[in-house]
Design a binder for this molecule. Structure first.
Ligand code: BES
Ligand code: MN
Ligand code: ZN
Length: 500
């Protein structure tokens, strides 16, 4: 999809549909005039009778007939004026886009001014509009070969229109930022939605190499022989049950002084998690193709910051394995020696994510990081704690956690902190090794982070458990069913706003 910017009289715009934002209060008086001007109709009765009241994400489609440039006007509710925020704009834009796709409208125009509210930076609102539209337009349809004329269409063109010439700069930068970041979110979503039979560790490594070549990142891939040479016993332990060999992907972006200590991003890349010998129940096991969503978020973020030419040094590390049961798989009771030299007693082969992250976190030290942020679909317990509304954040630096939480609010990819007090360390003590890989039922998300912390050297560190947010089950507004690409917008926002 292409977003174009147009300055000129919006009421004369020729388009299959003009999208207009409407607040609840507007339905009585103030900007009702705007609607009158754009549609040539007094919609008083419709508002009075509450057919349409401007409630958030409510929609009303009007057919304009031949006398006007626009064939349709779609009103979308923004809710109460004082309650409008950036996320509501995103969701309203997403809902409107879904409606238009459903009625097979290929292109539309947006009356941008109707979405702006006093006190909010226009560029931010315009960017949110763009994100809502681009992310709602996403579909994963590679494997649907039939009934193409019955499914919703993709949107080809969107014109961002305003009468106000002074908005031109904000329109261009807002729309441009939305496109740069959403390309990366959709790339991450594609990877998450791709089925397990297709996305081997080798496939993910190849995808990383492709984007690296496209945007000029340095990409290094360690194969099994390299990992053996390095001594990544924890990662190799998880991988040994699968016929498909593991990889460690390292991407480097240098947008600043090459001697600057980089931010290192680490993403869990389990292409399919059956649980291994501690096999998961069959019901919903198919969902575990999304267990590489942390890795996808890191790949997506590396793409986004390259698109945005971020003035920073950033390294992405993605350990990629498949967790399967077989005659060569690790068993409960096994003891693995990690890259750090620490030994790990395996109590549950389904607690595999932390094992591959352990070696990746040790490896991260080589880059002398200014900070390390890891993302992982790590624990079912995180879904019990926070549901699908937020990811958990834990770490060793409250400033870093605070800044990440702020980016979460700004992007609608919310985080909530869980404690990492020393008292929890008891949970992961092993009788026979340095640490065990499962602490049982209590505080499952925290005990997983306690495990990771054992492998964090003296750098600032935050861990995001995205088990509840990486996959959308219901589908709505700008999040279609399937992989969400969670983390790409959050991390990109965080990196862009990183203070010197
Ligand atoms: N990939 C899963 C966690 C998960 C569950 C992600 C549901 C998304 C949705 C992870 O590898 C896992 O199996 N964790 C175990 C850990 C336990 C054995 C200590 C869990 O949460 O049950
Ligand atoms: Mn598992
Ligand atoms: Zn897993």
């Amino acid at each position: 999809m292409k977003i174009e910017v147009q300055i000129g009289p919006v009421s004369e715009k020729k388009t299959p549909c003009l999208l207009v934002g409407v607040c609840e209060e507007e339905t009585d008086k103030a900007r009702k005039e705007n609607i009158l001007r754009l549609t040539g109709r007094d919609l008083g009765k419709i508002f009075e009778e509450r057919e349409f009241a401007g409630k958030h994400q409510q929609t009303l489609l009007l057919h304009m007939g031949a006398e006007r440039g626009c064939r349709r006007v779609l009103l979308v509710g923004l809710g109460k004026t004082e309650a409008i925020n950036i996320e509501k704009i995103r969701r309203a834009a997403g809902s409107a886009t879904n409606l238009l796709k459903g009625i097979r409208v290929h292109s539309f125009a947006v009356d941008v001014t109707s979405f702006l509210s006093e006190g909010d930076a226009p560029e931010e609102t315009i960017r949110a509009l763009g994100e809502g539209i681009l992310l709602a337009d996403y579909r994963f349809e590679r494997y649907q070969t039939e009934n193409a004329d019955e499914t919703p269409v993709a949107i080809e063109n969107v014109d961002f229109c305003s009468n106000d010439g002074s908005l031109e700069r904000a329109l261009r930068t807002g729309a441009g930022m939305a496109q740069s970041v959403c390309e990366a979110v959709c790339f991450a979503r594609d990877l998450v939605n791709e089925p397990g039979n297709v996305k081997s560790p080798e496939y993910l490594a190849q995808k990383a190499q492709e984007i690296a070549a496209k945007v000029g990142l340095k990409c290094t891939v360690l194969d099994k022989a390299d990992l053996v040479k390095e001594g990544m016993g924890a990662l190799l332990g998880v991988a040994q049950g699968s016929a498909r060999e593991p990889r460690l992907i390292v991407l480097e972006y240098v947008g600043a002084d090459p001697d600057e200590d980089p931010v290192v991003l680490v993403g869990k890349g389990v292409v399919f998690d059956s649980g291994g010998i501690s096999l998961k129940p069959a019901d919903k096991m198919d969902e575990m193709k999304m267990d590489m969503a942390g890795g996808a978020a890191v790949l997506g973020t590396m793409l986004a910051i390259s698109n945005l030419v971020l003035p920073r040094r950033v390294v992405g590390i993605i350990p990629v394995v498949e967790n399967l049961p077989s005659g060569t798989a690790i068993r409960p009771g096994d003891i693995l020696t990690s890259l750090s030299g620490k030994t790990i007693e395996i109590l549950n082969t389904d607690a595999e994510g932390r094992l591959i992250l352990a070696d990746a976190l040790t490896y991260a030290s080589r880059y002398n990081p200014s900070m390390v942020i890891d993302l992982a679909t790590l624990t079912g317990a995180c879904i019990v704690a926070l549901g699908h509304e937020a990811s958990a954040v834990l770490g060793n630096d409250s400033d870093l956690i605070g800044a990440l939480m702020e980016s979460g609010e700004a992007t609608g990819e919310r985080l909530w902190e869980l404690p990492l007090w020393d008292d929890y360390h008891e949970l992961m003590k092993s009788e026979v090794a340095d640490v065990k890989n499962s602490g049982g039922r209590p505080a499952g998300t925290i005990s997983a982070a306690v495990f990771l912390k054992k492998f964090v050297n003296d750098y600032r560190w935050a861990h995001l458990d995205i088990a509840g947010t990486a996959w959308e089950y219901k589908g709505g507004h700008y999040r279609p069913k399937g992989g969400t690409g969670f983390g790409v917008r959050l991390l990109t926002h965080f990196l862009v706003n990183l203070a010197d």
